[in-house]
Design a protein around this ligand. Structure first.
Ligand SMILES: NC(=O)c1ccc[n+]([C@@H]2O[C@H](COP(=O)([O-])OP(=O)(O)OC[C@H]3O[C@@H](n4cnc5c(N)ncnc54)[C@H](O)[C@@H]3O)[C@@H](O)[C@H]2O)c1
Length: 263
């Protein structure tokens, strides 16, 4: 398989064709890759992001591959906006089958003692409370019809520490804990909640880190595969976790990291 993760399996639907999915952060690097992967599998999409232009570009690319997408511009920290968007998605497609809670921010890289407290709070608001808002709205609808599959986008930074990124690491450990807890709460109710935990992946979030030679070398040295991942590789795992092929997984936090959290 190529490092891009693109394979001849891209158009295999894994039993997802005709399902509906709400995807946040859909204008970003990983969110767009997830949207395109699901669209190729025949999933009908409701895309959500802060940035209208990026969201529209994802929707355009989804339609280019024959997919269907609605778009909502909004902020995951706004609980009412999230609830309205999730309800609108379910109304538009008849019900909500799947969700990918992907919107997130990195925040600055500074030692813990100097970390600006307002920025720390902002990272927690987006990465933790944003996922809580999405989960609550999605679960309410899924519980009503006793089925659903949700994937939270956590991070390898939810499994191990990363010097300089205290707010991000704290937030992603919270997403991992939330996924475990909600995963066991809903496992017997026909709703599966899992997460993926990628290490560094090519996207606008990591472009500065990968552009500077010193930080790029530090990142690559920490990965046994000697490279960073792609959005397509994350999307492949998300597609599997959303699908019936992962039917015995609940509360799982799946590392996608080229081996970096093993050493
Ligand atoms: N890129 C990586 O190396 C990497 C690794 C592990 C985990 N992740 C996680 O993957 C997810 C996607 O990251 P990405 O790499 O695609 O980054 P990105 O910056 O390309 O995309 C993030 C998207 O989320 C949106 N967003 C941010 N705050 C929002 C808010 N308050 N409300 C709604 N939308 C908001 C942004 O507009 C953007 O489109 C994030 O949760 C990130 O933490 C990324």
């Amino acid at each position: 398989m190529a490092a891009s993760g693109a394979t001849s399996l891209d158009h295999q639907d894994f039993g997802l064709a005709g399902k509906s999915a709400f995807v946040t952060g859909a204008g970003g690097g990983i969110g767009r890759a997830i949207a395109l992967s699901l669209a190729k599998a025949g999933v009908k999409l409701a895309l959500f992001d802060l940035v209208a232009a990026n969201l529209d570009e994802t929707a355009r690319q989804v339609r280019d591959v024959g997919g269907e997408a609605t778009v909502t511009v909004g902020d995951v920290t706004d609980r009412a906006a999230v609830r309205a968007a999730v309800a609108a998605a379910a109304k538009h497609y008849g019900r909500l089958d799947c969700a990918v809670n992907n919107a997130g921010v990195l925040g600055p890289l500074v030692p813990t003692a100097q970390y600006p407290i307002e920025t720390f709070q902002k990272v927690i608001d987006v990465n933790v409370m944003g996922v809580v808002h999405c989960l609550q709205a999605e679960l309410e609808l899924m519980e009503a019809h006793g089925a659903g599959s949700i994937v939270n986008i956590a991070s390898a930074a939810g499994l191990i520490g990363w010097a300089g990124a205290s707010a991000y690491v704290t937030s992603k450990h919270a997403v991992v804990g939330l996924t475990k807890t909600a995963g066991v709460e809903y496992a017997a109710k026909g709703i599966r909640i899992n997460s993926v935990c990628p290490a560094f992946v090519t996207s606008p979030m990591t472009s500065d880190l990968m552009a500077a030679e010193a930080s790029r070398n530090a990142v690559l040295a920490a990965v046994p595969m000697g490279r960073i991942g792609t959005g397509e590789e994350v999307a492949n795992a998300v597609k599997w976790l959303l699908s019936p092929l992962s039917s015995f997984s609940a509360g799982l936090n799946l590392a996608l990291d080229g081996g970096s959290t093993v050493i």
